[in-house]
Design a protein around this ligand. Sequence first.
Ligand code: ARG
Length: 278
Amino acid sequence: MKWPKKVLMAHPDSFDIEYAINPHMKDAKGRLNKVDKEKALKQWEVLKETFNTLGLSVDVLPAVESLPDMVFTANQTFPFLKNNKTQIILSQMNSKKRQDEVTYFSKWANENNMETYAYKTQGSFEGMGDALWNYESDEVYGGYGFRTSEAVYDELEQIIDKKIHRLKLVSENFYHLDTCLAIVNKDTAFVVKEGFDKTSFDFLKTKFTHLIEIPLDEAINGFAGNLCAVNGTDIVIQKDNPYAISKAKDLGFEVHEIDTSEYIKSGGSVFCMKQLFW
Ligand code: ARG
């Protein structure tokens, strides 16, 4: 299967922290984190520019005033290929606060002639927050436990005509699979051990010859587990993650360090802020 060449982002004009649906969104005293809007816009622009420089074309959805988490475009859809065309499974967001986001992505898909699928199983599913492609081996890993119900994967397997390897998430800090697993090529992934139950972690060890364990502080504070591989060679990652970055360089990857600190305050970083599609 080929690596996607296109990226979907959403403009951060309305990005903010207005509620807390994961532990990262609050400070030590339990107050909602405050976003520096100007800084957030600059950081988003650098990320967009980085994708451009890496040869990806970027589509941008306009911000929607009442939807402060819309900027995390990994979550509302799950793209897959059928007959060489991008098809889109629409998410059902776990939190009411985010449910309206999906309509805008559905509209975007229709305008771009992509077929959309609405699953019927009872339960939520948060797109590529929880279901991750290994584009090189053509496999899908499905995280469940916080935002996605395991039951939904039975139906998704039918839709995409492929088995989904299920991984149980056990730590609130790693509420989406993309916060604790980053697949960078066929046999290499970065992982946060604390995010998984033992069976799931042991399974990952059988799937990747290079399974790099990210230390907990880089996983929680630097969102290193949310790094984004775009073509098997280049990795985009939050700066100040010395261990993960040096491991990636040792393995021969081209590492692009950027700053997503404003988005980490909401529980997301590079991987969350984009959707790849073909
Ligand atoms: N505040 C957002 C939420 O809790 C962050 C989403 C981050 N996205 C991700 N793919 N992990 O839903």
